[in-house]
Ligand binder design. Structure first.
Ligand SMILES: [Zn+2]
Length: 87
């Protein structure tokens, strides 16, 4: 009978400790401030890429896609750069 009492006591202690740990974890997750996602800050200040105009066909295209000749003239593609140089 003593063994049963001990078993109940140990079970009760374990149950209480487990409940405490769960409550603590829950309160910690709630207390943790909601960190703003890094995307929110960049969403308002969106980068607008510089647009260049092709010297051959006149098409506007982003500067990152530009092809330059030796005179630093911008072209939409290497084909137009070659065609422009042939003129
Ligand atoms: Zn072009």
């Amino acid at each position: 009978m003593k063994f049963l009492l001990w078993a109940i006591l140990i079970f009760a202690v374990v149950w209480v400790l487990r409940n405490k740990a769960q409550a603590q974890a829950r309160s910690q997750s709630q207390a943790r401030p909601q960190s703003p996602s890094p995307r929110q800050s960049t969403a308002s200040g969106r980068e607008i890429e510089t647009m260049l105009r092709c010297a051959h066909c006149g098409t506007h295209f982003p500067a990152s896609e530009a092809v330059f000749d030796t005179a630093r003239t911008a072209f939409c593609c290497s084909e137009h750069r070659q065609r422009h140089a042939a003129h």
